[in-house]
Design a protein around this ligand. Structure first.
Ligand SMILES: [Zn+2]
Length: 108
């Protein structure tokens, strides 16, 4: 039994396994076209998940910014820290998701 790289998620899986334990990609017992279609679907699902995550991240950043803008919390207050933290987390998460989407595109 050998370990191969899953064509869909690049994680290690057994060459004898019927489906990848990480992403459920079926590699055995299917024709080449079916495999290609399956691969496309896995990629599509991954893209959609990253897309909705980056939307959520953007939403957090916008909500935090809106709160900061409307309420103008005093400097040093926990509200200000919350708004700043929300903006930072949202933006960083958004950028990370964008990079992951880019990497996904480059690989496929
Ligand atoms: Zn996989």
């Amino acid at each position: 039994m050998a370990l191969i790289e899953c064509p869909a998620c690049s994680k290690r899986m057994s060459s004898k396994a019927a489906a990848c334990p990480h992403c459920n990609f079926k590699s055995v017992g299917v024709s080449n076209e079916q495999r290609q279609r399956e691969l496309q679907q896995v990629m599509q699902r991954k893209r959609e998940r990253l897309m909705s995550q980056s939307m959520l991240a953007l939403l957090i950043a916008i909500a935090a910014f809106t709160y900061f803008f409307m309420q103008q919390p005093e400097s040093g207050s926990w509200q200000l820290h919350l708004a700043n933290g929300g903006m930072l987390v949202g933006l960083v998460w958004f950028v990370i998701n964008r990079i992951r989407m880019l990497l996904l595109k480059v690989r496929s």
